[in-house]
Write a protein that binds this ligand. Structure first.
Ligand code: DC
Length: 337
């Protein structure tokens, strides 16, 4: 039975038309999406903006983005210590669920009490530096990090251990049917458990990389790992890195980034990483692996590597992991418009 609910949200913007439009439309999209509502459910929408946002009307921007409901807008009185450049929305709507409020960018600080958990989706090709960046971001924001590639690697390892032909989807499914993959956090670090054993150290070999790349294209494998990824994301604020986080696993993540770099730069990083771990590898092999995995990951039929339409592209060719992490932290904290 639908009930009338008041759904609240806020976002910060700079005082120019583009920024106000982007922020207001994004906030409206999130509010509708998170609450599973359409214009048909909405009774009215009320906007307020702080007096420093004069370049454009947030309500008008949302109306121009295609919404056709009764809008009302007003300017807020200045509040001591209040956020600057803030757009607030209150939607009155019929919904089957309790209201899910949305606070984006710096507005999160405003209502940490009702903002709830948030998710950062960090997708991109192998070797783009996702896991290094994700760890730095998680540390800085004190949120949980989930390296989803490790889950696929654990299943790839199981196939290798059992000498299964990884190109045979039925054989892979039979092998993995009873496999139990789990994540544990020990002193803040992620450990991957396969059938009760900690395999975190064993999943970082080129053989496991290739097995995971092949088996992760199989619908059975993806379906098996979807639940655990979503469960971790609903229990706390998280950053997940992977290939399809923003498109499939968490399509309503509050923040989405697509991190990339050229194949040469990525191969060099992977080469340095493996060499530092004492593995003897040849650069050309690592480069060919990167190219091959890119091809596997982006051409597969199920959940291919793809930038979500609402993800922000970050090219890290000329950026250190620290710089990428600082950019994401600033974006999430609302310091970058
Ligand atoms: O990020 P990684 O190299 O640890 O990932 C290992 C493999 O798993 C990679 O080839 C792509 C796949 N993968 C995936 O398909 N979806 C994810 N969310 C994460 C990884």
């Amino acid at each position: 039975m639908s009930k009338l609910v008041s759904i609240r949200g806020a976002v910060t913007a700079s005082d120019n038309k583009q920024s106000i439009t982007n922020a207001a439309v994004r906030l409206a999209d999130r509010l509708y999406f998170k609450n599973g509502i359409t214009d048909n459910d909405v009774v009215s929408v009320y906007f307020t903006v702080t007096p420093d946002l004069t370049a454009y009307s947030a309500a008008r921007a949302v109306r121009e983005s295609g919404h056709n409901v009764p809008f009302m807008s007003g300017v807020e009185p200045v509040v001591d210590g209040g956020l600057k450049g803030c757009i607030r929305m209150m939607i009155t709507a019929y919904s089957d669920n309790p209201a899910r409020h949305v606070y984006l960018n710096g507005a999160r600080a405003l209502r940490g009490d009702i903002a709830g958990n948030y998710a950062i989706a960090l997708d991109g090709p192998s070797g783009a530096g996702k896991s290094t960046v994700a760890k730095l971001v998680a540390d800085a924001l004190k949120i949980t990090y989930l390296d989803t590639g490790a889950l696929y690697r654990a299943l790839g390892l199981k196939c290798l251990n059992e000498k299964v032909d990884t190109t045979n989807a039925q054989a892979v499914e039979n092998c993995l049917k009873d496999a139990k993959v789990d994540i544990e956090y020990v002193n803040g670090a992620q450990r991957v458990m396969l059938d009760g054993d900690d395999v975190s150290g064993k999943i970082r070999t080129p053989e496991v990389s290739m097995a995971a790349s092949v088996t992760s294209a199989m619908p059975y494998v993806r379906a098996k790992l979807l639940g655990i990824q979503r469960e971790i994301a609903t229990n706390s604020s998280v950053i997940l890195d992977g290939r399809d986080i923003g498109t499939v696993v968490l399509p309503n993540a509050e923040f989405k980034f697509f991190l990339t770099a050229s194949a040469e730069v990525r191969a060099k990083r992977r080469f340095d990483e493996l060499t530092a771990k004492g593995q003897s590898v040849v650069y050309d092999d690592v480069y060919n692996d990167v190219v091959q995995r890119d091809k596997n990951d982006s051409t597969r039929a199920v959940a291919p590597l793809k930038q979500a339409f609402d993800a922000e592209l970050v090219d890290s060719d000329d950026m250190t992991a620290e710089q990428v992490a600082a950019f994401i932290v600033a974006r999430v904290s609302g310091d970058v418009q």
